[in-house]
Design a protein around this ligand. Structure first.
Ligand code: NI
Length: 391
């Protein structure tokens, strides 16, 4: 009897254990099966995808009457651009009935520029002081690409100090080019008032000035004191100079700096009749007098917000000064802009037939200077001392 009960209990334990082991084993095996199922499902899906895509691609090829691009040309209106500005690229594709003219844009510096489908290029903040290569690539499989270089200049902040450096009497390839190097390296701009006759001799230097974004104005044709000329001679000095620019580089200046800063009503009238304004200066470095790089450097560094600084790019003794003051003015917080940029950002017009010396300082920086207060007097002196300097 006792033994019988023991057997029954033992049997019950075996059955319970057996069921437990079986179910665990089943679960383990089951998981394995599921895994395998998942894997094979995925494989089937992949195979399905490939299977779906492959025939479609074949079908496309079979009925492909798309017209590929045979020519792609992208032209940038200029090789430089300030952050904050944008420009419209000229995009030409051939043939006219190309099926897909969509382009993919890339830049040698990541995220430096944005180009819209309409070809509007905008440099992005933080990309300034870089020269990048922008590339357009056809997306129709034709592998056509077009690239161009772009100098990205810093944005102008109108609330911060800025000055316009101006160079007279050039160009002189030996000296002007080295000064341009310094400006180029620092992504700075300046204004060059060229003599018509020199423009004719050295058109390549003027071309380079324009390509870098410099403003090019006229300093008349042959550096005569305009206030001493007859009406005809005065007219001829301006007319011949503008023609020299047009012939050499295809661009007519919008600014005129009279030799020696000499002007009167007749001069302004003549200048205005050609759509030009008369741009004098507020800070004379007197480089022509001191002929000393150190002295010129020191004079430039007395500049205050809104100044138009007078120098000459034809003198060897100015090269070292330019190389020094360009980075130093920027380090001192000055934005180096062209004359039109200075006036535009200060909201002051440059109307034809008017005369200008400098822009008003911003309220932010107006109290900062000593040179600014003495400049007004200096300016008046300059405008009346016609013919007494070598400017
Ligand atoms: Ni001059």
């Amino acid at each position: 009897m006792k033994k019988g009960i023991q057997y029954i209990l033992l049997l019950a334990v075996i059955i319970v254990l057996g069921v437990g082991v079986f179910s665990v084993a089943k679960r383990l095996v089951g998981t394995g099966t599921n895994k395998q199922e998942t894997t094979s499902k995925a494989k089937k899906q992949e195979a399905g995808k490939a299977g779906k895509d492959a025939p479609e691609a074949t079908t496309e090829k079979k009925v492909d009457n798309s017209v590929p691009m045979t020519n792609l040309k992208v032209t940038a209106p200029q090789g430089y651009l300030r952050v904050g500005n944008s420009m419209k690229l000229v995009i030409e594709t051939e043939p006219a009935d190309a099926t897909n003219t969509e382009l993919e844009w890339t830049c040698s510096k990541k995220d430096a520029v944005t180009v819209t489908d309409q070809g509007e290029l905008t440099p992005n903040p933080g990309s300034e002081k870089n020269t990048v290569t922008v590339t357009a690539k056809a997306t129709d499989g034709s592998d056509l690409t077009q690239s161009f270089e772009l100098r990205i200049l810093p944005a102008i902040d109108p609330s911060k100090p800025m000055v316009a450096i101006t160079f007279d009497d050039g160009p002189n390839p030996d000296t002007t080019n080295v000064m341009l190097d310094a400006l180029e390296e620092n992504y700075a701009l300046a204004t060059f008032f060229c003599l018509g006759q020199n423009v004719g001799y050295y058109p390549d230097v003027v071309k380079r000035e324009l390509e870098l974004g410099m403003e090019v104005g006229t300093h008349t044709y042959s550096h005569q004191q305009l206030t001493a000329l007859s009406a005809d001679a005065l007219d001829s000095e301006i007319k011949k100079s503008l023609q020299a620019h047009e012939d050499a580089v295809g661009v007519k200046p919008k600014l005129m700096r009279p030799p020696y800063g000499a002007f009167n009503k007749s001069v302004l009238q003549a200048v205005g009749s050609y759509g030009l304004c008369c741009m004098n200066w507020s800070l004379d470095t007197e480089d022509w007098k001191t002929k000393n790089a150190d002295a010129t450097y020191k004079m430039v560094m007395t500049a205050t917000d809104g100044d138009v600084i007078l120098l000459h790019d034809i003198h060897e003794y100015n090269v070292a000064a330019v190389q020094r003051f360009v980075p130093d003015l920027m380090a001192a917080g000055f934005q180096l802009v062209t004359v039109p940029e200075l006036y535009e950002n200060r909201g002051e017009p440059l109307d034809p037939g008017t005369v200008h010396f400098r822009t008003d300082p911003t309220t932010e920086s107006s109290g900062e200077t000593t040179a600014a207060s003495s400049e007004d007097g200096a300016t008046e002196e300059k405008t009346t001392e016609e013919g007494t300097t070598s400017n």
